[in-house]
Design a protein around this ligand. Structure first.
Ligand code: FES
Ligand code: FES
Length: 92
């Protein structure tokens, strides 16, 4: 028996909304940070390794901070300017 019917690709898994608004954090020059992209970290807005349980293959956005700065990091995980909040959370 043939199974020629094509199976539709599964929908991409959406990141979890950790918070419908940004996290205000103090970033320090020269430090590397890993912003959680999957939304499952218990240490928001940063990665705690929980993404390994996600089927979506979402990985943290790792960046090195170039200056001391208070920043608003995306909590909804849908910002086009991640890791920074761009206001997209207002449309959720
Ligand atoms: Fe995600 Fe603002 S918290 S865009
Ligand atoms: Fe979310 Fe690592 S826990 S990206």
């Amino acid at each position: 028996m043939s199974t020629s019917a094509s199976t539709p690709a599964p929908a991409a898994e959406e990141p979890v909304i950790a918070q419908r608004g940004p996290y205000k954090v103090q970033l320090l020059a020269g430090y590397r940070y890993a912003w959680c992209a999957c939304g499952m970290s218990k240490w928001q807005p940063f990665c705690d390794g929980s993404h390994t349980g996600s089927k979506a293959g979402l990985k943290p956005k790792v960046f090195t901070q170039d200056k001391d700065q208070v920043a608003f990091l995306c909590g909804c995980k849908r910002s086009a300017k991640f890791p920074f909040c761009d206001g997209t959370h207002n449309k959720l």
